[in-house]
Design a protein around this ligand. Structure first.
Ligand code: 5GP
Ligand code: MG
Length: 189
């Protein structure tokens, strides 16, 4: 008797390897360091967006520290995704109000720029409560779809990727896949 054919396992498709990510982070750190040094800024206020950017932020911070850029580091929780669908933005404002950000050179770190809503909301709230000296954004990834980035000048971007739902290197699907050392297209898509 013939065995029932096995269900074909969905394969994870790697988009960016561990090595490619590492290399890109080194270059980002170098550019950031050069730009701030040119402006004679020796200390920055680095604010990373939880949860998705925690691994990227940790690696970028370690690269920046090798270049002797002094940093004050903080995090803020902002969420919008449920599964693979983007929804209402939830920002934890109390975290933003703990430290005074007046006169700071703020560098926001996030994992991925998709519609731009998350970073717009953060920028809007920072400007609502504080007068920072400068405000820059750094994202490891940017989806190639057109975003409303007229008011959002993201100076530092590691990779532009196709408009697919991705996981790994801190990015999740309902809490899963964050631990992957590479970035992959979500296998259930
Ligand atoms: P935006 O507000 O720019 O539309 O989306 C940004 C946030 O949505 C990111 O910080 C990230 O948390 C989440 N996000 C956007 N695209 C993806 C994706 O493809 N995969 C995962 N896991 N999260 C995403
Ligand atoms: Mg996020």
């Amino acid at each position: 008797m013939l065995a029932k054919p096995l269900k074909k396992e969905k394969q994870i498709k790697i988009l960016l390897t561990e090595e490619e990510i590492k290399e890109s982070i080194k270059l980002l750190a170098k550019r950031i360091h050069e730009d701030y040094t040119k402006k004679e800024i020796t200390e920055i206020y680095l604010l990373f967006v939880l949860k998705g950017s925690f691994i990227f932020a940790a690696d970028l911070i370690r690269e920046l520290s090798k270049l002797n850029l002094k940093m004050k580091i903080d995090a803020i929780k902002i969420s919008s995704y449920e599964g693979t669908k983007s929804g209402k933005i939830n920002i934890c404002l109390s975290e933003l109000l703990i430290n005074n950000l007046d006169n700071k050179n703020i560098l926001i770190i996030d994992d991925i720029l998709d519609t731009g809503k998350t970073l717009h909301t953060l920028k809007w709230n920072i400007k609502r409560y504080y007068k920072p000296k400068s405000l820059e954004f750094c994202c490891l990834l940017k989806k190639e779809q057109k975003i409303n980035d007229v008011y959002l000048n993201v100076n530092y971007i590691g990779f532009v990727i196709p408009n697919r739902f991705i996981v790994g290197y801190g990015l999740d699907y309902n809490g899963l896949y964050r631990e992957l050392p590479y970035i992959a297209i979500y296998p259930g898509e």
